[in-house]
Structures are given as structure tokens and as C-alpha cells.
Ligand binder design. Sequence first.
Ligand code: PFF
Length: 470
Amino acid sequence: MQQQRGTWSSNLGFIFAATGSAIGLGNLWKFPFITWENQGGAFVLVYLICIAAVGLPIMMAELLIGRKTQKSSVGALKDAVGPLWRYVGAWGVLGAFILLSYYTVIAGWSLFYFAKTVGWSLNGFPPGFSTGALFGDFVADGALQLGLSAAFSLATVSVVYFGVKQGIERIARLLLPVLFVLLLLMLFSALGMKGSGEALAFIFRPNFAELEPASILEALGHSFFTLSVGMGVMITYGSYIDRTQSVVKASAVIVMLDTLIALVATVIMFSVIFSVEGMAQEVGASTVGMLFISLPELFYSEVPFGALLGPLFYVLIALAALTSTMSMLEVVTAYLIDERGFERRRATLTCGGGVFVFTILAALSLGAVPVVTQMEIPGAMGRLLFGGKAGWFSMADHFISNWMLPTGGLAITIAVGWFMTREATEAELVDGAEPEWFRFGMWRFFIRYLAPAAVASIIIAVMFFGVDFS
Ligand code: PFF
């Protein structure tokens, strides 16, 4: 018997879920870090342009395929574009599987730091304590890494198990407002700090002399990651929307909220960093450094109400991560449901279990188990696909950022821009519900020419110039 497909309970429910997918570690962790690395101002401006000119049109493209076909990524591309295009859908499913396997590990860290900061808030931050050493020992502690990842996986599986409306939408509706309120609280606290002026200038005052060509590509690559496009999440989520919902309006709202949150998170973090003497020099060696080494300490020395905001900050990260991990698991699960006839609960458990095998590899690859940490693909293949990196965590991250997201994104632009007819895409975007500012001709130009050219430049940079976006 054909089971009934899930749907969102309302247009707003979909907006919550899709925005929840977009807002994640990419906004709270990666964006502030790459903004730091690339000297702020000009990079942020380029990022905003990439989001508007490439990310937004691709978001519309993914949602329109989903809405049109009411199928998840593989079936959607097959129906909307042609039989061979199902492999592009499958590529996305594979991408979501791989990304979920290591994203879960970082998400698990937020649980640990939540517990740690609660302890410090209650008992005081030990004088002279090294958060750097703590982090080093922590990632190499196999049992702890496994336990935290398992807990986070379980949370993700439990949401997706209950389906689109009862699981994903319900949790997104619940968590997203909490996330916004927490961020707002932190923003107020951060703006009151003495470094906030310098932080705002760093982020919003462009200095093009400091912008390098690789920064432009990095901004572009990140715009995919942060919007959850290039992997079929938006196709899948779009397949549960109702035909009265405007793809254009929804895309604009999701993209704006995602961008706003990334900027707010950056203002918060930089206000703290610029408020502390010498901190600006210390931060920056690694992406995780800012979030898990510098900030924990600063909450107890610099941040007003830090004892309260510290634990809340890690709750925030956990919530943001969960609304993203559930979208990745949904892509894989929906594939089994739509294409292989699985019943939802069985599909969720199968996918959750399958991904967890790789999560174990990722969790143990940060020093806990030497063979796993040193695991690599030798030779030219390993260098090309995984940047010669060792351990599943780093290999997977390299592969996703440098290969899967750009190639997935490129394929979508070509599928929608060149292999779907103008009439077919126009019927989805210009349906009477679209906002007044929308110009179909402009979208079509962007999706046919500008976006593919921009994304292709990432792939060329990775293949021929050895640029690394992970
Ligand atoms: N957009 C998420 C973030 O910014 O953390 C990450 C993500 C989720 C990327 C889902 C891709 C995806 F399919």
C-alpha cells in the first residue's frame, strides 16, 4: 500500500524547518571564523553578494523542483529534468549522509561544553585553567566522543522518526524562537562590551586592499554550506510544501534570516574578542579555537552575565545544530521512503544506523584511536578528493566543502537552467503568489549563466590551483 507522503502543516511551518536547516554550525562556527581569517569588511560584503546572486537563485531552483514534483531529491530530479538526473539527486543523498556523519561529532561537543560551563558557572572557573589543553584532551577521549556523538545522533533520529509534521516541523517551531531569543540576549550583552565598536568596524567596514581572490571563492563556497543548498535538502523540504506557497517569497525569507543570524553571531563573538587585550592575536589558529577554546574562558572573565550566557551559548549551538542534522537525515530517509518503498520508521532507523557507523569513525579520528586518526586514501586519488588528509573527520569535511557542495550546486543550476524549459520553471516561480520585486528573467539569467560560472570557478580552483575550502 502506498503510504501517504508527509506535508508541512502550514507555510510558516515550512519556513521554520527550512530556516532551521540553514541556520547551524555554519552560521555560529564557520562564518565568524572565515570572516576573521579573511579580514572582515570586504569579505562580508562579497559574501552578501554571493548569497544574493548565487545562493538565493539556487535555493529557488531547489525548492521549485521539490514543489513541482512533490518528491525527494532523486525522484524529483528524475521527474522534473530527466531519468539520468536522478544521479545528481543520489549525489546529494550521499553528500547529506557524509556531512551528517561528522557534523554530529561537532554538535556533540556543544553538549559537553554546556555541561562544563554549567559546572563553571556553579563552582567558579578554576584560576589558571587551560581551555586549550582541555580541548586537546577532550577530542582525543574516545569514549567521550562516542558517547556525545551517540547522544546527538539519537536526538536527530528521534525527530525524523516522527515525520515531517510531527517531528521536524514541531521541533523547528519549538527551537527556532528559543534560538532567536538567546541570540538577541547575547547581542545586547555583546554590544555593551567595550570591543563592540571595533568589532562592528571590522565586520562592516570594507577594505578591498585586503581581499584576496581565494577569499571570494571561500565566500561563495560558504554560501552553499550555510544555505543548505547543493545537497537536496531544499528539494526534499520543498517537496512537502503546498502549491499555494510562493517559492520566491519563502526563499527570500530563509536566506535573509540565515544571513542575519550569521552576522549577529559574528558581531557577538568579535565584540568579546576585541574587548580583551591581546585576544585578537591569540584567536585564529583554528576554526574550533574560537568557539571551544577562547570563548569558554572569556565567558568567565569578560562577558557581562557570562556565567548565565556561557551555558546558554552552548545550548544555542546544540539547538542550531539539531535543526540542521535533522534536515540531512531527512534527505537520506526520504530517499528510502520515496524510492525504495520503506516505511518512515524503518527508513529513519536504517539511515540513522548507517550514518552512525561513519560517525564512529569521525569521532575516533581526532586522536582517540591512532589507526582511525591516521586512516587515509593514498596516492593521487587521496590527494585530489581528500586533500591528502587523514582521519574520516578531516577527509569527509574536505570532500564535502571542496567537492560535493560545489558539484551538487553546479548540477542543480544546469538541470534547472538548461534542462528544464522556461515555461516549466516560470510556472513554479511566477504563480501569482510571488512578490512584486521578483523578476523571472533576472533569475533565469542568474541560474543559467552567473551561478554556474561562479560555482565552476570553485571547482577549477580546487582541481587546478590546490585551493582548500574546508
Ligand atoms: N546549513 C547548515 C549550517 O549552516 O550549519 C549546514 C548544512 C545543513 C549544509 C544541511 C548542508 C545541508 F544539506
